[in-house]
Design a protein around this ligand. Sequence first.
Ligand SMILES: NC(=O)c1ccc[n+]([C@@H]2O[C@H](COP(=O)([O-])OP(=O)(O)OC[C@H]3O[C@@H](n4cnc5c(N)ncnc54)[C@H](OP(=O)(O)O)[C@@H]3O)[C@@H](O)[C@H]2O)c1
Length: 247
Amino acid sequence: MSAATAMIIGASSALSQALAAQLSAQNVSLVLFVNDPEAIQPFSLSLPGEVSIYPLTIDQPHTLIAQLNQAWEKHNGAHLVIVNTGVNEYDPALPWSIDQHTIDVNVMGFAAASQCIFKLMCQQGYGQLAAINSIAGQRGGPNVAYHASKAFAANYLQGLSMHAQRLKLPVTISDIQLGLFDKAVHLNTKLLLSPIDNVAEQILTALKKGKRRVYVTKRWRIVAWINRILPEYIYNTRHWKPRKKRG
Ligand SMILES: NC(=O)c1ccc[n+]([C@@H]2O[C@H](COP(=O)([O-])OP(=O)(O)OC[C@H]3O[C@@H](n4cnc5c(N)ncnc54)[C@H](OP(=O)(O)O)[C@@H]3O)[C@@H](O)[C@H]2O)c1
């Protein structure tokens, strides 16, 4: 029999799958929500423990809430729910379609999923809700809606945590402030880039400790702090003059 049940919302991402593999190896039964349930079948068959898969319609809040409620009832709740959905697109021409999509998924979908799970955990009387967030939310940035959506997520999670305290319920809200891995890949810097399994391991260790907010990997706490204190004319690298090409 499984030790616990964990739900992962947005299970097709590489990080979600690393988390799922580690949880499954620890005898945690998994409930995975994905855009395309068929595509994740081969991965789910590779896991040692129990796995159930459900469709996810993150940009339609009413459908999403119904999907989460149904799975919650069927599995008799969950100990841990990890929300790991998100989009991040960039176009310097700032087309509205990018902002609209980002707001639909990262703000509306995120809030609908988090609020629904929080209320279900309150009814259950316990639980841990964790969201994979980003240090991008600490300050505005060129992917305008993306940065703003991550600030929204941090603020929203804090609000839910305050409600858990008001209700005096053992419902933990964990904000996982992830570093900018794609940026680290672009910069090709081993200093900031960590293998995805280490990232997943650090996240699960922090969750076991019931952390309210954690930087993953740890070194990104320093980058986040520097980003916050830099004067805008230095922070805004787009303000810098491009280097002249040699030759
Ligand atoms: N990658 C990074 O460098 C980085 C850094 C810091 C923070 N983060 C955060 O980590 C989280 C996940 O990012 P990631 O890089 O792992 O991205 P990813 O691989 O693209 O995963 C995003 C997840 O969201 C789901 N999703 C997106 N739009 C959807 C929709 N309309 N309907 C249903 N599902 C949808 C994706 O499902 P499908 O693939 O099936 O569409 C996928 O499971 C985000 O919150 C992001 O802000 C990432």
